[in-house]
Write a protein that binds this ligand. Structure first.
Ligand SMILES: Nc1ncnc2c1ncn2[C@@H]1O[C@H](COP(=O)(O)OP(=O)(O)OP(=O)(O)O)[C@@H](O)[C@H]1O
Length: 233
């Protein structure tokens, strides 16, 4: 579904990605891990054309989208839950959810407001409230719901549980597990290794703008040095 090869991305003159290779198949949940500043968010920005790669290929469902404008890439069916949530603060919960809604994957059973409220009952209870009045956890749920309302083929979550209370975090993990059971392809960036190991099929670890390790959860468990060396745990 998604294959990055040799992706090199710069901010101005400063090179941040040095040939990133990554692959994700249909229905897979894949993680991108690494310490702070290693290039995870820049990889996401490269996939979506927000910071277009200077070299390399980003092939989504057979099409090389490197160099495309980000709105065109999004329209192909990539939904992003960005770091820091970035919901529309002055719009209501309901308006946030419908603002960018579309059936990008042309599924016969697209996401609806009722289905999103079924997944996150708190959003249903607060559907007329402004985005800015929600708690951090509720804003995160709204950001996920908003991405789902675009019916993405691929959902990318960048630090979706960062800074949230443990119970809310668990609620978000269980929603991600539910989406996985429904066959949603997901690229997950997070620091919570135990949850990622539980949910994901495969992992990619970045260091200084390169993927330095990839493998399954069993591979990761088989070599504790990997997590220690690259993730500091
Ligand atoms: N807009 C920018 N301009 C210049 N340099 C940037 C910019 N954004 C990020 N960087 C630099 O690029 C490198 C990679 O950052 P990136 O945000 O991709 O890392 P990350 O792995 O997602 O880290 P974090 O977990 O802290 O979000 C860092 O050295 C960072 O300082």
């Amino acid at each position: 579904m998604l294959r990055l090869s040799g992706v090199e991305t710069f901010y101005g003159h400063s090179q941040v990605l040095f040939g990133v290779d990554l692959e994700l198949g249909v229905g897979e949940v894949v993680t991108l891990m690494g310490r702070n500043g290693m290039g995870k968010t820049t990889t996401v920005r490269s996939i979506l054309g927000l910071t277009p790669p200077r070299r390399g290929r980003v092939v989504f469902e057979g099409t090389d989208v490197a160099g495309w404008k980000s709105y065109r890439i999004g329209r192909l069916g990539i939904g992003l839950v960005p770091e820091g949530r970035q919901i529309f603060p002055t719009l209501s919960v309901r308006e946030n959810l419908v603002a960018t809604a579309a059936n990008r994957s042309r599924r016969p059973d697209p996401w609806t407001l009722d289905r999103v409220f079924g997944l996150f009952p708190r959003l249903g209870e607060r559907q007329s409230q402004r985005g800015s009045s929600l708690s951090g956890g509720e804003q995160q749920m709204l950001a996920i719901g908003r991405a789902l309302m675009t019916n993405p083929r691929l959902l990318i979550l960048d630090e979706a549980t960062e800074g949230l209370a443990p119970l809310i975090r668990e609620e978000i993990w269980s929603v991600i597990e539910r989406l996985k059971r429904d066959g949603q392809s997901i690229l997950l960036i997070d620091k919570n290794l135990s949850a990622l190991k539980r949910i994901a099929d495969r992992h990619f670890i970045m260091e200084k703008g390169r993927v330095v390790w990839s493998g399954t959860t069993a591979d990761l468990d088989a070599d504790p040095h990997v997590a220690h060396r690259y993730l500091g745990v």
